[in-house]
Each structure stands twice: as structure tokens, then as C-alpha cells.
Design a protein around this ligand. Sequence first.
Ligand SMILES: [Zn+2]
Length: 111
Amino acid sequence: MLSEDQRKEVKDTIQRMIAEAEKELKILKELTAAVEPDNSIGRISRMDAINNKSVNDAAYRNTRKRLKQLQNVQDMVDSPSYGKCVRCGKPIAYERILIMPEKRVCVHCST
Ligand SMILES: [Zn+2]
């Protein structure tokens, strides 16, 4: 069971993570903008740009997914069930909650 102080700390952490994810998405969105067929960059660097684009596209999708999870979990922190594993019902280690507040399963159930 989380104490009031712990819940507050978790909420602050989630808010900070949401802000970071939003900032990251903005940067990734610019990076994933279409690779223009620009003759001023060489063939190799154009291939590099396309490779980077697929890496950035994947990062963009992951970050967007995480942001959604963080936003969803934000309202759940006050619920008594938050902090307990949704699979086995045991309390999730507080350190784990602070690192990955969007995860609702304990370290044993996540593997
Ligand atoms: Zn569990």
C-alpha cells in the first residue's frame, strides 16, 4: 500500500515523464519528416537519412505509446489498486513504480 507521500511522488514523476515524452515526440516528429530527394546531399548520406528515419519512426511510435500509458495511469494513482500487480495482486516494489509508473505488473509477472 502506497503512502500519501509516495502517491504524490509518483504523480510528480508521471507528470515529469509526460513532459519529457512530449518534448521528445516533438523532436522526433521533426526528425521523421519526409526525407526530401535533395540532390545536394550525396547518395550515401541520403541512405543514412532513410536509415535514421526508420529508427526515428520506431522511437516515435514507442514514445507515443509510452506517453499514452503514462496519461492513462495518471488518474489511477489515487485508486487503492494502484501499486499492486494486476496479475498476482502483490505490491509492486516502490523503486519499480518510480522508474516505470506506467507498468501495472510486478517484476515477476512482467517476465
Ligand atoms: Zn505480479
